[in-house]
Design a protein. Structure first.
Length: 336
């Protein structure tokens, strides 16, 4: 059974200056900060949910890869007693036989984004793997606090596994994928699947995951005020999800997976993060504790990377290296 760990003593760790940003990334960061305008507050959430030129959701036509994928939406049952949920499904048009599936959970600090946010990158991977993509539309905080978002994500996964044959999916090769808040939710879904005897995931793919509501790791303090998602924004996102419970002793590990004391029995994990971002140390710690529990994890810490660097500056050399490592892990994991 997953239990909750006590807060650590991260605030006593001596800190030097923040790691420098990669030069290619630093050159783009000023413009990105101006365009993204993510100085988050609870009052600004409605404003920040408006369309953003940096985060334009892909159209069906763009996601189809010139007809290589059929794009549909399905409304499926949500958690017990909760509304139905919508899944965006991208299926290879000319592939027969069971294929892998990438079950995608979008980012957005728990308060923004939708099922198409960041989906173009996931479909790019699927095109190389001849895989199905299923992307879940979960309810957002603060209107829907925990456990609503993670339960929506889990309900969509359960439906996907139960309808694998209809979707053309190999139920033994489903990977849960997420970045930022989606990475934290993906880790929470993997814990739920283990603890409830749910779908047996082939892997969990966690990009710069948002894992720890306590918001007090060395990197959270070291990078305060820097990059595009800092400690202040992180506090707003977690407070929207958890309310006054944030940072306290009774936070569920399904909300904040860093709280889990038992990380045994989980599917293989891919975890990557930038060295110059808030989530660096919680991601490194999560990978370390998977290893300590006897599990399998591949960890990459990209030098000079800020939060979301690969998506926002894809042409940078470090972004290209990150993309190559991600693709290589998926290929090895899902090889026939």
């Amino acid at each position: 059974m997953t239990t909750t760990s006590a807060p650590g003593s991260a605030s006593s760790t001596p800190l030097g200056p923040p790691p420098p940003f990669d030069p290619e990334l630093a050159a783009a960061l000023t413009v990105i900060r101006e365009m993204a305008n993510v100085n988050l507050s609870l009052d600004r959430i409605p404003e920040l949910r408006r369309p953003n030129p940096l985060l334009t959701p892909p159209s069906d036509e763009a996601m189809s890869h010139d007809g290589a994928f059929e794009i549909t939406e399905r409304v499926v049952p949500g958690p017990a007693g909760a509304p139905d949920i919508t899944l965006v499904i991208a299926r290879p048009a000319n592939v027969t036989g069971p294929t892998p599936a990438l079950y995608n959970i979008h980012g957005g600090g728990m308060v923004m984004g939708d099922s198409r946010t960041g989906l173009a990158l996931v479909i790019d991977w699927a095109a190389q793997l001849e895989a199905v993509v299923i992307s879940v539309e979960y309810r957002l905080a603060p209107e829907t606090p925990h456990p609503g978002p993670v339960e929506d994500c889990y309900a969509g996964l359960v439906w996907t596994a139960a309808h694998a044959e209809e979707l053309g999916v190999d139920p033994d090769r489903i990977v849960v994928v997420g970045g930022s808040a989606g990475g934290g939710l993906a880790a929470g879904v993997a814990l739920l699947a283990r603890d409830r005897g749910g779908p047996a995931l082939a892997g969990q793919f966690l990009m710069c995951p948002m894992l720890d509501d306590r918001n007090d790791t060395p990197s959270a303090r070291q990078l305060a005020g820097l990059g595009i998602w800092d400690r202040a924004n992180n506090e707003v996102g977690w407070s929207a999800l958890l309310g006054p419970a944030r940072g306290g002793p009774d936070v569920s590990p399904y909300a904040a997976p860093a709280r889990a004391t038992d990380l045994s029995g989980l599917p293989p994990a891919f975890i990557d993060v930038g060295s110059a971002e808030t989530f660096r140390d919680e991601a490194v710690d999560y990978a370390s504790r998977i290893w300590q529990a006897g599990g399998v994890a591949e960890l990459h810490v990209w030098p000079g990377g800020f939060h979301g660097f690969q998506v926002m500056v894809p042409q940078a050399a470090v972004s290209q290296s990150a993309a190559a490592a991600q693709w290589d892990w998926l290929r090895r994991l899902l090889a026939d």
